[in-house]
Design a protein. Sequence first.
Length: 505
Amino acid sequence: MSNQTEKIEELVEKRAKAKLGGGESRIKAQHDKGKLTARERIALLLDEGSFEEYGMFVQHRCTNFGMENNKVDGDGVVTGMGTIEGRLVYVYAQDFTVSGGSLSEMQAAKICKVMDMAVRNGAPCIGLNDSGGARIQEGVNALAGYAEIFQRNILASGVVPQISGIFGPCAGGAVYSPALTDFNVMVKDTSYMFLTGPSVVKTVTGEEVNQEELGGAAVHASKSGVAHFAAENEQEGIQTIKSLLSFLPSSNREQAPFRPTNDPAGRVDDALNDIIPDNPNKAYDMYGVIGSIVDDGEFLEVHKSWAKNIIVGFAHLNGRSVGIVANQPQVLAGVLDINASRKAARFVRFCDAFNIPLVTLVDVPGFLCGTQQEYGGIIANGAKLLYAYGEATVPKVTVTLRKSYGGAHIVMSCKQLRGDVNYAWPTANIAVMGAKGAVEILKLGEDAEQEYNDLFCNPYNAASYGYIDDIIEPRNTRFRVIRALESLADKKAENPQKKHDNLPL
Ligand code: HXC
């Protein structure tokens, strides 16, 4: 065997060994927990044969606690680039079979390298987290590694999409990288995120709680809003990441990919002409409206189980990616509260950062009142959504279906917040408040309710001032919104020069 052949064989062997990470038995243990390995996850995520790995032979340089005898090539994370539906992405996946995927100085350096490449080359960065946190043997070097990652998350924010998959433990300060990224996808039963685990919680507060109840996917998807998606299993989690990317541009320098459709732009839907109940206090399902107007009825909802009084998510309209924000009359009558405002504000800002037009469907009775909301800061939180719409320069098309009252009317992408095209259905009521409340405050008799209704509870009053551009037949909503968006495709709008804004956090 020639010298060269020997060296090539050595490489092949080294590669094969590195690919086994912590070894067969730990891979089996990972599978026994119902989890895939880092490499299996990457294989599912990327187009077949597209993965190019970087840093396969990186090792840690820690010598504390005998760590010099515990070196595994790759050091607990698999990093590199590949494609998803032919589009370049950078990826890292922590390998729990090596020191529990814990983050070392060198693991952090590998992650930082792909993050830097993603930003430089204008491609999304996807992180699949499965880790026991900071590599305890490395002490402060591991913490420094986290900080390096966080700093890059911050600088990459709004430049390239950053998506986190939480596919195992993610505890302590480690949670802050996912929290800084644009979307978190968690997996039910096998992933959790918390600052301190159940045993510390018990010591500090006396509260007894298990991992799932403290920081499982269901909790973060429905109570805290930390998770944008809760998948049934890892396969579904990976699929969610891929679906999400199909709506997004690769960076803020690009437009989202066009997706051709056979759904005619001019399709009308007569059912929309009957969807608004006669009784203004009766609900209807906003999902029905969204499904009716978007291409092929396909809608990727974000934060499906959290703050359900507002709906946000991605769809296509005549092939163009759009962000939909819609009040949901079926939940709390579609009122804006703290969580709904935060949820929608973050979504609006994401869309604006990545050139995705906004379509807003309005049926909002107002902001939720009461001590709970006031003490929780509904003023500052509601202002986030107001701010987000007002600063957004992407095309903004608004359709008011029914109620649009008071401050909530303004917040929900009104004309004066630089709404580009504002439509209303004939059933719209655009007013300071509903008739009953108004008549009470003005100390008018009940018979004034009718006068108030005639004056304000219609779209014509707002249209008479030009606050509504046109009143449209509900059945025509799809093609009117598409036509508006097409006219706005080359929209140019800018905000004043500044270091950065100071939105009410
Ligand atoms: C080094 C670690 C590790 C860590 C796990 N391992 N976490 N090694 N540093 N942080 C090692 C284990 O020693 C073990 O090695 C292997 O990974 C698998 O761990 P197990 O405990 O056997 O697995 P499991 O029972 O599934 O439990 C997983 C776990 C548990 C719940 C994550 O390992 C755990 O509680 N780890 C510590 C979590 C933690 O407190 N991390 C520090 C948080 S503070 P062997 O060789 O025995 O197989 C933090 C600060 C970040 O992260 C701050 C950023 C700003």
